[in-house]
Design a protein around this ligand. Structure first.
Ligand SMILES: [Zn+2]
Length: 246
């Protein structure tokens, strides 16, 4: 059996320090191969070649396309002359969806079954000062490892934000390297969540310490005032006593 890929769309970026080259390439030709992996690596080669030509036209005088990352954005595999279960398997492992600015990508409390990766645009947790997730960055993985539900709303920050949803279990069967990469990103993601929590706890402890000191100071002041009040009351009594004595 053979496989083909039609309308494959890939994004290629250059990793030369400071280079901003990051473009999408649509493969006009249909790529064929004996396995999906063959098709994928062949398609990536085409995308890389297209990127090299464009990159060298822009930056060629300075440097050539360096350690390019080639990321699939869309395109479907089809088994040539056979069943469509391949299509289903493909969509089991990864699904792509595009969003407009402000659209909700993840809902807090929803069951977590996938890891998300920004393909295009950006997204962030729906709260002030949240770090934006940029292309190539993943999110939503901590939930898979910890409590199985989404812990926060995540929204798209711009129109045309494209998110890939990976099913790690299915992906591991098809593309173990990508699954492993996402898994280690997930661990980093979780560590950063833990770090944030730890720093919040430490901030709270500092606040509490300050409040305690302030409260101790107030107590001391109250005691001081009470003592002063007693002293005055005593003096008043003494004066009153003298008066009635006369
Ligand atoms: Zn470059």
């Amino acid at each position: 059996m053979a496989y083909k890929l039609t309308k494959g769309k890939y994004r290629v970026s250059c990793k030369h320090p400071g280079c901003t080259f990051d473009h999408e390439f649509t493969l006009t030709q249909t790529i064929m191969g004996m396995t999906e992996e063959d098709v994928e690596s062949e398609a990536k080669k085409f995308a890389r070649d297209m990127a090299r030509v464009k990159h060298d036209a822009i930056h060629g005088a300075k440097h050539t396309l360096t350690n390019p990352t080639v990321r699939k954005i869309s395109g479907v595999y089809e088994a040539v002359g056979a069943q469509s279960s391949v299509l289903k398997r493909q969509s089991d492992a990864v699904r792509y969806q595009e969003y407009k600015k402000g659209d909700k990508i993840l809902n807090k409390g929803d069951l977590a079954t996938t890891v998300c990766e920004v393909v295009k645009g950006s997204a962030s947790v729906d709260r002030a000062n949240a770090q934006p997730y940029k292309p190539g960055e993943s999110f939503g993985a901590a939930a898979l490892l910890v409590n199985q539900v989404r812990t926060a709303d995540v929204i798209a920050l711009e129109d045309g934000t494209m998110i890939a949803f990976y099913n790690l279990k299915e992906l591991n069967k098809k593309d173990p390297r990508k699954a492993k990469e996402l898994y280690s990103e997930a661990m980093e993601d979780m560590f950063s969540v833990i770090q944030t929590l730890e720093s919040t706890v430490s901030d709270l402890e500092t606040e509490l310490e300050k409040a305690k000191i302030a409260s101790e100071n107030r107590k001391a002041r109250v005691a001081e005032l009470e003592e002063l009040l007693l002293k005055y009351e005593k003096q008043i009594e003494e004066i009153n006593g003298r008066d009635s004595f006369k």
